[in-house]
Design a protein around this ligand. Structure first.
Ligand code: HEC
Length: 144
């Protein structure tokens, strides 16, 4: 008599399904957590250090903005301002303060490389770079 357990007791069907499930889990583990953690950390840092000027959601609307010239940029339109391309390396450099914001010789945008060294007490350049890259990764997720 055929039972409803046949699917599970039949190796021919069960095995491929099990392998498929294992593969899915493996893919999920291999590509997401580190990246997700990085973005989550970037968001945290963004909320701590950037929203006073760039606004809660990064759109450039803040109390500070009305007093600044040039005003803080809308960080949701970084890609839009560059023909749809989000330049990760350039943005990390702008945040670090290594690269000035295009189109301006002087800027009120703080140089975070030096600032983070002081406020976060980070002395390892690699760690510092990864923190900044995480902020860049977060900004990439909020592009319009
Ligand atoms: C004191 C105010 C202030 C704070 C705080 C601030 N910014 Fe800015 N930011 C600015 C200003 C002003 C500009 C525009 C400068 C210009 O146009 O010359 C700018 C520009 C930028 C740009 C360039 C955008 C583009 O499309 O070129 C990025 C990226 C950026 N800020 C990221 C950040 C991040 C990340 C933080 C937090 C770690 C931060 N800013 C904190 C004032 C601020």
């Amino acid at each position: 008599m055929k039972s409803s357990h046949q699917f599970w007791s039949s190796p021919g069907r069960f095995l491929p399904a099990a392998l498929f499930a294992v593969a899915l889990v493996a893919i999920a583990i291999s590509c997401s957590p580190e990246k997700k953690e990085g973005i989550a950390e970037g968001e945290e840092w963004f909320k701590s250090y950037c929203t006073t000027c760039h606004g809660e959601n990064g759109d450039g609307q803040s109390q500070m903005a009305s007093m600044m010239n040039p005003p803080p940029k809308n960080l949701r339109q970084i890609a839009q301002r560059r023909n749809g391309v989000f330049p990760d390396a350039e943005i990390s450099k702008i945040i670090a303060g290594v690269e000035k914001v295009p189109g301006h010789s002087t800027t009120d945008m703080p140089a975070w490389w030096e600032a983070f060294k002081k406020t976060e007490g980070i002395t390892d350049d690699k760690v510092l770079q990864s923190k900044i890259d995480h902020i860049t990764a977060y900004l990439k997720t909020i592009q319009e």
